[in-house]
Design a protein around this ligand. Structure first.
Ligand code: SF4
Length: 411
């Protein structure tokens, strides 16, 4: 197998790994709710986004097969992100995973320098600008982590690659490896897969939640608190993210979001990715029904409410089974319960109160705060000019003491 064929094999299942790409089911907390676009849209490769040089160097099949995803980095920059594994061989047997040990399919493996050389060529020809690098576990988490670190090191030092690297931390990696990953990467991640020990046992019987998965995330935060930022890549601490298999262990949204909130508050997790469970043939969960992708979407919406909108877990509109309703946006559902009879006066509300209103996001709240320094806001048309989605916001706001909803009918 040549290097590009190896890459095609390895990247073929990477849609299961959510990295910086947009999720089609993602989108916004509510239309108009500002920058809460999920950082970026799951897509297979789009040849049209490649440079002319890349189109000349790679055949159309190669362009289509390699999983380069349009992605948006945390700062907003759009890049072409290559998502791949270093090896699809794995000695673990997670119940949901296509790469689990014993599953019959063709495995492929890169050596660190082989992959670094290929990626560097792809980068120079404009085919890929950043990389998300993960791996199956072969010969233990420590050994596998070393290979990931070697790859990143070769890219940074030999190929002088200064672009984006998202490096996966393997279950069982050691603390000095986590430190090294933080020196090489812009982002590091550990997939928790499930919200707690009990749920993880139903998905991945040979992974330990506290020791193998949570501990590396704790180390990242510990290192951030004790080592100055200039010692890390580009003088900044890398961000941390995790991923959950939503619905794979019959866990509730409350469990997933409870763990997410804890991680955000205590370990400064940048965000959680939610991957709706989808059964894979020839795995122990092959007969388990797929989870509705809309659940994934609601989880994203709720996690952004926790992260950016000042919502607490108890504010979220969980149903009696501790899940979010699938049919409604959680922010809208909260407003229905809390703001219909106590609308927010836009001329007096603070930033946090404004952001609780459907149709008002972070930018909208700032625009309102700024506009009302010079005048009273008495009209929905003014809010509209400020970027507020007035048809969503109107039932929940007062404009100088008057119900805005009445004005809506006049528009
Ligand atoms: S350790 Fe990772 S690659 Fe291996 S079976 Fe589990 S989820 Fe799949």
């Amino acid at each position: 197998m040549n290097a590009l064929d190896t890459l095609i094999e390895l990247s073929s299942q990477m849609t299961l790994e959510h990295a910086e790409e947009n999720r089609l089911t993602g989108g916004r907390v509510g239309r108009g709710d500002s920058r809460d676009r999920i950082e970026t849209t799951t897509n297979t490769a789009k040849p049209s986004c490649y440079s002319p040089k890349a189109r000349a160097e790679f055949t159309e099949r190669e362009q289509r097969a390699a999983f380069v995803h349009p992605a948006q980095l945390p700062g907003g920059k759009q890049i072409k992100l290559l998502k791949t594994l270093l090896t699809s061989a794995c000695e673990r047997d997670c119940y949901y995973c296509p790469f689990r040990a014993g599953r019959d399919f063709r495995r492929a493996t890169f050596k660190p320098d082989e992959f670094a050389d290929l990626f560097s060529k792809m980068n120079r020809s404009g085919f890929a600008e950043g990389i998300f690098l993960s791996s199956g576990i072969a010969a233990g988490g420590v050994r596998t982590q070393d290979k990931l670190l070697d790859t990143a090191d070769i890219l940074r030092k030999k190929h002088n690659f200064k672009g984006y690297i998202h490096l996966k931390i393997m279950p069982g990696a050691e603390k000095d490896q986590v430190y090294r990953a933080m020196q090489l990467a812009d982002r590091v991640s550990v997939n928790l897969e499930a919200p707690n020990t009990e749920r993880l046992a139903r998905l991945a019987p040979h992974k330990t939640f506290i020791e193998e998965l949570l501990r590396p995330l704790r180390w990242v935060e510990e290192i951030r608190r004790t080592v100055p930022a200039y010692k890390f890549w580009k003088g900044k601490y890398p961000s941390t993210v995790t991923q959950f298999v939503a619905g794979g262990a019959d866990e509730s949204d409350l469990e997933l979001l409870g763990t997410t909130q804890w991680l955000m508050k205590n370990l400064r997790l940048k965000r959680a990715y939610f991957s709706a469970f989808h059964p894979i043939l020839d795995t122990p969960l092959e007969n388990k029904p797929a989870v509705d992708p809309i659940r994934e979407h609601r989880l994203y919406q709720a996690s952004f409410l926790l992260r950016d909108y000042g919502f607490e877990l108890e504010d979220l509109p969980f149903t009696s089974d501790e899940n979010l309703p699938l049919h409604s946006d959680p922010k809208l559902a909260w407003a229905q319960m809390n703001l219909v009879h106590a609308p927010v006066e836009v001329n007096r509300a603070d930033r946090r109160e404004l952001m609780r209103v459907p149709g008002i996001g972070q930018r909208g709240a700032e625009a309102i705060l700024s506009a009302r320094r010079t005048r009273k806001l008495r009209d929905l048309s003014i809010l509209k000019k400020l970027g507020i989605l007035t048809d969503r916001a109107a039932p929940y706001v007062l404009l100088d003491g008057r119900k805005a909803a009445l004005q809506t009918r006049m528009f």
